[in-house]
Design a protein around this ligand. Structure first.
Ligand SMILES: Cc1cc2nc3c(=O)[nH]c(=O)nc-3n(C[C@H](O)[C@H](O)[C@H](O)COP(=O)(O)OP(=O)(O)OC[C@H]3O[C@@H](n4cnc5c(N)ncnc54)[C@H](O)[C@@H]3O)c2cc1C
Length: 581
C-alpha cells in the first residue's frame, strides 16, 4: 500500500495546523495530510501562556515592532523577514479572532494588550494566561472544517525520502501498531517544533526533541544559527515549568536572597535610574538570564536541592489581579510547588525555553532542498536573530505557517506526480531494515537510553549553557562524540510493536545527539558574544567577522561544514541594544 498526498505536513502544532489550512484555502484541488507524533491538541503550542505580539494600538507602529525585534535579536535577524512578519502578524491575529479565538478585552471592548520583555510598546495580545491553548484550539477546530485535511495522529516520522535532489515524502511508524510505512508527497512542510529536551532544565514538553531539525540535516538541508539557545529567566526549579513573562509584565519583581531587586545592578543598556526600576524585570530574556549567573557568582542566590534559585514576587499585585490576569500561574504554583503566589514567593531559575536556530528557510518557508519547506520553531527564517522576544513566536507560527502552506501548495500544484521510483523504494527498505533489525531485533546492546540522554543534557548545560568558552565547548564536543559512539550499542528491551515508547525514545535521542552536535560546533566557531550566545573568551559583539548567520551542513560522509552568509539588512544598521527609554 502506498499512502500519498500532494502536501504532507509533519507536525500538528500551531505552525502545522496553520499551514494545512493555508494549503486547502489556496488550492481546492490539492490533498493535504498532517502527521503528528501526538494528537494535535497535545502539541507544545498548547502550553504557551503569555501572548502573541502584533501592532494594534494607534500609538504603536510596524517600524517600532520591527526595531524592537531586530535590536532584541542583536542584529542577527533577517530584516526582510521581520518586515513581512510585523506587517502580517496583526492580520493573522485578527483572522484568528474571526475563527473564534477569545482574545482578552479591555472594559471598552477593545482587544487587550500587555507589555512584554524587550517590547517598548504594549502590543502583546493574550487570552488570559492560556493563550497557546486558545490559539491551538481555534486552529484545530478550523482545520476540522476541511475534509481534505487528512490526519495521521500518533505516527512518528523517522526519515525524509529524497529522490534526485528533491524531497519525495517520509517514512513513518504508526505508534499504535508499529507498522512502518512510506507516505509520499510532492511537498513536505516540517512543523515539528524545537528541541529544549537536549538540556536538563527546560520549559519544553517531553516531545520537543528536535526531530525535524535532525530529519532535515540528515537529508542535506542546512541548519541556521544553531548556537543561539534561549534561556527563560523564570522556570520552576526541578520541573522547569514556565512561569510566564506575563507575571513580570503585570508587575512582578525578581529578588535575590536578600529580598533585593538585583536587576538594578546590571547593565541592561538603560540610561537613567528611574526607568530602570520601571522596566528592568521586562528586560530581554538573554540579559536577565545572564544577570542570574552573576548573582550566583556573587553568592546572592538561594541554594536548593535543585541548584541555586532567586524569587519572583507577585504578592504586591494582590489576589484580584492575579486571578484575573494570571490564573494559570497561581494554578501551576499550587499544583507543582505547593505555594500560593498571592502570599508566597515563587522560586525560579533560568531554564532552556526556545531555539532561535533551526532549518534554514527563505521568507516563503522554502529550504534549499527542493520540495522541502519548514515553519514554526523548527525553522529559522530568521525573525528572532540571536535572541527571540517573548510573544513573537506565536505570531511567527501563523505568519510563516501560512506562507509555507501557500508556497508548498504552489510548488505541489506545478510538480509532476511522483511515481515511487526504485531509488526511493530502496530508501524505504533501508529505513525499514534499520528500524526492524538494527533497533527492534538487535541483541546485545548494553547502553541504557536514559544514561546517554542524561549525560548529553549535563554536557550541554555545562559546555553550552548561558555562558560558554572555547574550552567548555571543545570538551562538550568530545563528550558528544563519545555519546554518539555509545549510542551505536544502545539497549532496547521492549520488542513489542504496540506503542513501543522505548523505540521512540531511542529515535528521539538519536535526533537530539545530532542536533546537540550542531549547537556545540557552531558555538565553538562563533568567536564573539551576541544575544543568547555569550563567550567568556570573546565577550564583545564582533560585527566585522560575525554579522553573519551560520549555516551548518552535513555532508554525505557525515562530516560538518559551516558557511557564513551575511545577515540581510534592509533599513536598520547595527546599533547598541538599549532598553528602558
Ligand atoms: C511553556 C511555553 C510557553 C510559551 N509561551 C509562549 C508565549 O506566550 N508566546 C509566544 O510567542 N511563544 C511562547 N512559547 C513558544 C511557542 O509556544 C513555541 O515556539 C511554538 O508553540 C512552537 O510551535 P510549533 O508549531 O512550531 O511546534 P509545536 O507546537 O511544538 O508542535 C510540534 C508538532 O510536531 C510534531 N512532531 C514532532 N516531531 C515529530 C515526528 N518525528 N513525527 C511526527 N510528528 C512530529 C508533534 O507531534 C507536534 O504536533 C512558549 C513555549 C513554551 C514551551
Amino acid at each position: 500500500m502506498t499512502l500519498s498526498h500532494d502536501v504532507l505536513i509533519v507536525g500538528g502544532g500551531g505552525a502545522g495546523l496553520r499551514a494545512a489550512i493555508a494549503v486547502v484555502e489556496d488550492d481546492p484541488r490539492l490533498t493535504v495530510a498532517i502527521v503528528s507524533k501526538v494528537y494535535p491538541m497535545r502539541s507544545h503550542t498548547v502550553s504557551a501562556e503569555g501572548g502573541a505580539a502584533a501592532v494594534i494600538r494607534p500609538d504603536d507602529s510596524l517600524d517600532e515592532h520591527a526595531y524592537d525585534t531586530i535590536s532584541g535579536g542583536d542584529w542577527l535577524c533577517a530584516q526582510d523577514a521581520v518586515e513581512v512578519f510585523v506587517k502580517e502578524a496583526p492580520e493573522e491575529l485578527l483572522r484568528l479572532e474571526h475563527w473564534g479565538c477569545p482574545w482578552s478585552r479591555e472594559p471598552d471592548g477593545r482587544v487587550a494588550v500587555r507589555p512584554f520583555g524587550g517590547m517598548k510598546r504594549m502590543r502583546t495580545w493574550f487570552a488570559a494566561d492560556k493563550t497557546g491553548f486558545h490559539l491551538l484550539h481555534t486552529l484545530f477546530q478550523t482545520s476540522l472544517r476541511y475534509e481534505r485535511i487528512a490526519r495521521y495522529d500518533e505516527w512518528y516520522v523517522t526519515k525524509l525520502l529524497v529522490d534526485d535532489g528533491r524531497v519525495a515524502g517520509v517514512v513513518a511508524v504508526e505508534l499504535m501498531s508499529g507498522r512502518i510505512e512510506a507516505i509520499t508527497a510532492k511537498a513536505v512542510i516540517l512543523c515539528t517544533g524545537g528541541c529544549g529536551q537536549i538540556y536538563p532544565f527546560t520549559t519544553n514538553a517531553a516531545i520537543k526533541t528536535g526531530d525535524g531539525m535532525g530529519l532535515a540535516y540528515r537529508a542535506g538541508a542546512p541548519l541556521k544559527d544553531m548556537e543561539f539557545v534561549q534561556y527563560h529567566p523564570t522556570g520552576l526549579p526541578f520541573t522547569g515549568i514556565l512561569i510566564t513573562e506575563a507575571a513580570r509584565a503585570e508587575g512582578g519583581w525578581l529578588i535575590n536572597k536578600d529580598g533585593y531587586r538585583y536587576l538594578q545592578d546590571y547593565d541592561l543598556g538603560t540610561p537613567s535610574p528611574t526607568p530602570v526600576l520601571r522596566s528592568m524585570e521586562l528586560g530581554p530574556r538573554d540579559r536577565l538570564s545572564q544577570a542570574f549567573v552573576k548573582e550566583v557568582e556573587k553568592g546572592r542566590t538561594v541554594d536548593t536541592p535543585y541548584g541555586p534559585i532567586v524569587h519572583l514576587d507577585l504578592r504586591h499585585l494582590r489576589e484580584t489581579v492575579i486571578d484575573a490576569r494570571l490564573p494559570f500561574v497561581r494554578e501551576l504554583c499550587r499544583s507543582y510547588e505547593n505555594i500560593d503566589p498571592v502570599r508566597e514567593l515563587i522560586p525560579v531559575r533560568p531554564v532552556v525555553h526556545y531555539m532561535m536556530g533551526g532549518v534554514h528557510t527563505d521568507i516563503y518557508g522554502a529550504t534549499p532542498l527542493e520540495g522541502l519547506f519548514a515553519a514554526g520553531e523548527v525553522a529559522c527564517v530568521s525573525i528572532n536573530g540571536a535572541n527571540r522576544l517573548g510573544s513573537n513566536s506565536l505570531p511567527e507560527l501563523l505568519v510563516f505557517g501560512a506562507r509555507a502552506g501557500v508556497a508548498a501548495a504552489s510548488f505541489a500544484s506545478g510538480a509532476q506526480d511522483l511515481a515511487i521510483r526504485p531509488a526511493v523504494r530502496a530508501q524505504v527498505e533501508d529505513e525499514r531494515r534499520r528500524l526492524e533489525r538494527d533497533l527492534l531485533q538487535r541483541d546485545g546492546g548494553k547502553e541504557p537510553i536514559s544514561a546517554i540522554r542524561e549525560e548529553m543534557r549535563a554536557t550541554m548545560e555545562e559546555g553550552a549553557g548561558i555562558y560558554r568558552s572555547g574550552s567548555s565547548l571543545a570538551k562538550a564536543a568530545d563528550r558528544l562524540r563519545v555519546l554518539q559512539e555509545r549510542f551505536r550499542s544502545v539497549r532496547l528491551e521492549d520488542r513489542s510493536r504496540t506503542f513501543n515508547t522505548e523505540l521512540l525514545a531511542a529515535l528521539e535521542l538519536s535526533f537530539m545527539l545530532d542536533v546537540a552536535e550542531t549547537i556545540v560546533h557552531c558555538a565553538l566557531l562563533r568567536e564573539e558574544s551576541r544575544g543568547a550566545h555569550q563567550r567568556v573568551d570573546f565577550p564583545a559583539r564582533d560585527d566585522h567577522r560575525f554579522l553573519a548567520n551560520s549555516l551548518v551542513y552535513r555532508d554525505a560522509d557525515g562530516s560538518r561544514r559551516v558557511e557564513y552568509p551575511p545577515v540581510t539588512i534592509t533599513r536598520w544598521p547595527p546599533g547598541e541594544r538599549v532598553y528602558g527609554r
